[in-house]
Design a protein around this ligand. Sequence first.
Ligand SMILES: [Zn+2]
Length: 151
Amino acid sequence: MIRAVAADEWTEQRPPRCPECGYDLRGLATLKCPECGFQATMGELREESRRARREATELRQANDQVRLGLTIGLTSAVVAALTAFGQLTSITLVVGGLGGLAAAVYGGQGLRALKATEHGRSLAKEPPNYMLAAFVIVLGVVTAVASVWLA
Ligand SMILES: [Zn+2]
């Protein structure tokens, strides 16, 4: 995997990357990053690799939560809209209000990707959907506020 260490010493699933700049350290004779000069230890490389994988998993879950938030937000918005036309009344505050808040919280999970490293993002495959996350947050807040106002 990397020449600076025996291949069987590297047991992580992903190739080693510089903890500072994310440079791919495969095939190097030393653990010194040629890109930024960072002198890494094997422990740091392993930790970086595990952290990137954790991040990638969290990013995938964040996108799933944003999509769940969209479904909840749209459902809540429909309930709130039906109430405005006099079709429903008593359940508005509960469904619209709580549903809207839940949607906003799930949408907010999508913004966690802002803190993720480049390495973690590259492993996640699906890019973070900031636009959808922002839309779900706004949809959820507007629905919650409208539901309280309509009730
Ligand atoms: Zn580096």
